[in-house]
Design a protein around this ligand. Structure first.
Ligand SMILES: Nc1nc2c(c(=O)[nH]1)N[C@H]1C(S)=C(S)[C@@H](COP(=O)(O)OP(=O)(O)OC[C@H]3O[C@@H](n4cnc5c(=O)[nH]c(N)nc54)[C@H](O)[C@@H]3O)O[C@H]1N2
Ligand SMILES: Nc1nc2c(c(=O)[nH]1)N[C@H]1C(S)=C(S)[C@@H](COP(=O)(O)OP(=O)(O)OC[C@H]3O[C@@H](n4cnc5c(=O)[nH]c(N)nc54)[C@H](O)[C@@H]3O)O[C@H]1N2
Ligand code: SF4
Ligand SMILES: [Mo]
Length: 759
């Protein structure tokens, strides 16, 4: 049954913008904030955002500079916090008025616009509505279901990266004390490919650079990332790079506005001037062509070294810090021009120009995001990037390194805290020793395997802490069916979303505090902590009265659930944790390396940066060195008459939640069910600009996956590469279409055809 999708008949298209931010960004942020709350509350919210004594932006994981501006946020950060600090409320009367079946027909936009959740609700088996339930009864329902399972592995605990460190640590502790490593998280759909590739090659699954490194680099490659929308303050950092004489190169199928020119709204010159040109070179690559590009660059670097020995490669670094150079060099020298030109759609001269830039640069950083990770060959692509950095000795020195730019504000911290279905044994040992129990060693379900398990009846209790699993995951119809098969689904959330309307036989909504809400427990006001994309750990403190007097914090919810499920009197002092979060931090300090004196260090001020072993010359790999790798050539091929589709974010959404129907920088207004296609591809396909089509997925399991009623937009994307928004197109990504090794859904590489629809 089609859902009440947002209207798409009002589509208007204007030319894509050639610059990002500036004054319109401020105006748009204010417009959204004032639609959610009062001018006074907006002002207080923004003055606290990203300040040392305030709260961390709930948007992306971009770090804060040492010297904070009084307006230390971007347009989208202001929208994200306004969306949480809204004064709209979802009450028990709301749920009495709207049956679940009716809510399930509403759009994602509509659900989010209803406001903050205010009290625990339950949908009982066979019931048509959610009804109020006390916290105690809610915990009893969950504990009973969990205790009744034949095996703890029939339950799973999903996390989204907005969760703070303290709650994340307690969640994984609870899950393991209960008996399972089933801790799927949004990382599985996000930067898992980065983690897999980096762990293998440099021994740590995180980025190695700081903001200062970025400012000091000679050359920054921004690959498969749209910072103008998704990490807007990164443009300020790139502006610094440019002012210091560094160069920036963008690799993307789309000419994203922020990569062209940036008008810094914090500076007078950004208000009246032309702003700063960001990208010195733009390589408009075909979707999935990056592995080919980096392999060719590596071949060209080896050849340049042959031509002028001692001038291109960093031989000292290669000899001292790396392993596997010879085999890699022999392999990559075989990279074939014809294949690379086909895979990338680039001209030979463009690739040679980039080679020249690399040769001319001493300090290189590569930044990337979902344009690389969500591909079948995402892991080898990132390994090939590591090869390039190793060749040039661009690792572990100031101004160099790998920079996977993280999505959610604490997604990196959640992993550091042990939210990982395959956490290493040393972590399990340390956890078990600290708390006096034996954690399970079997690997748990990640997101894809979690859906398979629910689909096949091998798991029947789903607990989601933050996030919107059903909309975030691939193969929407399969995922929905899987969740509906569960005996119990529980969502610990701030706002209403699809994961509340697509639910198990019994379903619970447990409302919780957001970043901006004050958190007061028995021993007084609490703060929590987060870790950003550059490993800075810091405190965040809410400032407002909670959205409702009935809310519990995530720490309190998890602690109470654990007490109820595991029984009182065990070796883990859950009750104390709830009353005083510094006791949780004391335990984290004893289990997680790098967190010594955690509580004292964060309580004081701006926080601290976790040491990245790579920057100390330590590689926790099998060989004890940074590892060169040999990667088989791979590209995405669409048969004649087909396109490769990527599903990405518009400028006006937070992941599964649209804030409005616009994508301002791309010039698309009042519509989300659109598909951007190169004008020459449209001609070849015999399609008119703005005609109506169904997007039909092509996959070898015989199932037809169809996203209905999309308006075609002729757009300057690379040939063969179409783009449409997530989550509307998740229905097209087969559950089994995953990245090798990381198991991440291939959300950026789905073969589709466009079927005209009569109007
Ligand atoms: N405002 C806002 N900010 C966000 C989010 C949000 O939803 N809204 N989400 C947060 C999260 S969780 C994340 S993970 C990040 C995501 O940040 P991004 O990765 O920037 O997000 P996407 O919109 O998925 O954009 C992917 C980019 O990769 C490009 N791309 C796609 N395929 C390829 C390819 O094959 N090769 C290359 N070179 N490029 C490709 C696309 O054209 C696009 O520019 O943003 C975070 N920040
Ligand atoms: N096709 C396609 N699919 C994708 C992607 C893609 O690019 N293309 N991107 C993937 C990526 S990178 C990611 S990270 C995932 C995102 O997947 P998720 O992280 O699961 O999804 P979000 O949309 O961020 O979740 C929003 C919900 O989180 C809840 N929430 C917000 N703040 C808080 C809080 O402080 N506490 C609690 N308890 N709840 C809170 C609200 O109820 C809100 O409705 O989606 C993935 N799916
Ligand atoms: S760049 Fe990211 S963290 Fe910074 S204000 Fe914007 S959304 Fe928030
Ligand atoms: Mo993400």
């Amino acid at each position: 049954m089609p859902r009440d999708e947002d209207p798409q008949d009002d589509l208007t298209v204007s030319p894509p913008k050639s610059w990002a931010a500036g004054v319109p960004a401020v105006a748009h942020a204010m417009e959204y904030a004032l639609s959610q709350t009062s001018p006074r509350r907006t002002a207080v919210t923004l003055l606290n955002l990203n300040q040392v004594k305030g709260f961390d932006c709930p948007g992306c994981a971009w770090p804060d500079p040492k010297k904070r501006h009084k307006n230390e946020y971007c347009e989208n950060g202001a929208k994200h916090i306004a969306d949480e600090a809204t004064t709209r409320r979802v009450t028990r009367e709301f749920f009495a008025e709207h049956p679940v079946a009716e809510l399930d027909q509403k759009s994602d936009y509509w659900l989010n616009q209803q406001g903050r959740l205010t009290e625990p609700m339950v949908k009982r088996p066979g019931a048509t509505h959610y009804e109020p339930i006390s916290w105690d009864d809610a915990f009893d329902v969950i504990a009973e279901e969990l205790r009744a399972l034949a095996s703890p592995d029939e339950a799973m605990f999903y996390t989204s990266g907005r969760l703070n460190n303290e709650a994340a640590f307690l969640l994984q502790l609870f899950s393991r004390a209960y008996g399972t490593n089933n801790l799927p998280d949004c990382s599985n759909m996000c930067h898992e490919s980065s983690g897999s590739a980096l762990m293998e090659t440099i021994g740590v699954g995180k980025g190695t650079v700081s903001l200062d490194d970025l400012h000091d680099a000679d050359l920054v490659l921004v690959v498969g990332q749209n910072p103008g929308t998704n990490h807007p303050r990164m443009l300020t950092a790139l502006e610094h790079t440019k002012h210091n004489g560094g160069k920036v190169v963008a690799v993307n199928p789309l000419p994203e506005a922020g990569l062209k020119r940036f008008k810094n709204p914090q500076k007078p010159s950004g208000v009246v001037g032309r702003g700063t040109a960001i990208a010195d070179q733009f390589l408009q690559i075909r979707i999935g062509g990056d592995l080919a590009l980096f392999q060719m660059l590596n071949r060209l670097l080896l050849e340049a070294e042959d031509d002028a020995p001692g001038t291109v490669l960093d031989h000292d670094f290669i000899a001292r810090d790396t392993d596997g150079f010879e085999a890699f060099a022999a392999h990559v020298r075989g990279t074939d021009w014809d294949e690379v030109l086909e895979a990338t759609g680039l001209a030979r001269e463009e690739i040679e120009e980039l080679r020249d830039r690399i040769v001319a640069s001493d300090k290189i950083i590569v930044c990337w995001a979902m344009g690389l990770t969500q591909h079948k060959h995402g892991v080898p692509t990132i390994r090939e990037i590591v090869n390039l950095l190793l060749l040039t000795g661009s690792l572990g020195r100031p101004g160099t390194g790998v920079c996977p730019v993280r999505g959610h504000s604490n997604v990196q911290g959640d992993r550091t805290m042990g939210i990982w279905e395959r956490v290493p044994q040393w972590f399990l040992d340390a956890l078990g020793e600290e708390f006096g129990f034996t954690p399970p060693t079997r690997h748990g379900f990640d997101s894809v395997n979690g859906v398979r398990a629910m689909r096949d009846g091998r798991a029947s209790v789903f607990v989601g802490v933050a996030g919107n699993f059903v909309r975030a995951m691939s193969d929407s119809l399969v995922t929905e069916e899987a969740l509906r098969r569960c005996r119990l689904t529980v969502q610990i959330s701030t706002k209403l979303n699809r994961s509340h309307t697509v639910c198990g036989e019994t379903a619970l909504i447990l409302p919780t505090l957001g970043r901006s809400d004050r958190d007061v427990q028995a021993t007084g006001e609490q703060f929590v902590t987060v870790e950003d994309s550059m490993s800075e750990v810091k405190a965040t403190r809410g400032r407002f009265s909670p959205a409702s007097p009935h809310l519990l914090s995530e720490v309190a919810i998890i602690s109470r659930l654990a007490r109820r499920t595991l029984g009182e009197g065990g070796s883990i002092p859950w009750e104390e944790f709830e009353t005083d979060y510094s006791l949780v931090r004391e335990r984290i300090a004893r289990v997680v390396p790098g967190f010594e004196d955690f509580d004292q260090r964060v309580a004081k001020g701006a926080g601290f940066r976790l040491v990245n072993p790579v920057n100390e010359g330590v590689y926790n790999t099998e060989s004890g060195k940074a590892q060169f790798s040999c990667n088989d050539f791979a590209m995405l091929r669409a048969p004649e008459g087909h396109l490769v589709l990527q599903s990405l974010r518009s400028h006006d959404q937070w992941n599964t939640i649209p804030y409005a129907l616009n994508d301002r920088y791309r010039g698309i207004h009042n519509a989300r069910r659109i598909v951007m296609v190169n004008p020459d591809d449209l001609t070849d396909l015999g399609l008119e600009d703005q005609s109506l089509v169904d997007i039909v997925g092509v996959w070898d399991d015989g199932v037809e996956r169809r996203a209905e009623g999309f308006r075609v937009v002729a757009y300057p994307t690379s040939r063969g590469s179409a783009a449409s928004y997530y989550p509307e197109t998740n229905v097209l990504v087969p559950l089994d279409s995953v990245a090798d090794i990381s198991n991440t859904p291939t959300s950026k590489g789905v073969v589709v055809r466009l079927e005209p629809v009569a109007e």
